[in-house]
Design a protein around this ligand. Structure first.
Ligand SMILES: [Zn+2]
Length: 141
């Protein structure tokens, strides 16, 4: 636990939260600053700074919890859709305890501006180059 981490304080019961789901490794609670009603955060109970610090076991538990919470949000809130959202590094990550947003979506909800204004369509050779660089970084060929 990190003493100054608000999410660790929530996990420890030292800070207030509206808990929507809990299991051995994860906790889900309502985001204080919601884009939409039903906007939920899922965190690992142990302090993990970001996706780069995530171990496979905790990652598996998180994905299972995200899936469960998404089912709950869909049933309880009945949105048109759900976006799962996770950020790493400033300024995109505001709390440095790994967290995933489950964000209910409605058509015309105004959140479409999260899309980049125009997406590029790189040539296949560029996509192949990118994949080769990532594979090499992962220790592949
Ligand atoms: Zn923490």
């Amino acid at each position: 636990m990190s003493e100054e981490c608000i999410f660790c304080q929530i996990v420890a019961g030292e800070a207030e939260a509206s808990v929507a789901y809990e299991d051995e490794a994860t906790l889900a609670f309502m985001d204080l600053r919601q884009f939409q009603a039903g906007h939920t955060l899922i965190v690992p109970k142990r302090h993990v700074r970001d996706i780069y610090e995530l171990d496979k076991k905790t990652g598996s538990a998180l994905m299972a919890a995200i899936s469960r919470v998404a089912e709950g949000v869909r049933e309880a809130v009945r949105p048109h859709g759900i976006t799962i959202w996770q950020s790493n590094g400033a300024p995109w990550q505001e709390v440095f305890h790994l967290h995933f947003h489950v964000l209910p979506r409605w058509r015309e909800d105004g959140l479409l501006r999260f899309r980049p204004p125009r997406r590029k369509r790189p040539a296949r050779s560029d996509l192949d180059d990118q994949a080769v660089r990532i594979r090499a970084a992962l220790g592949g060929d």
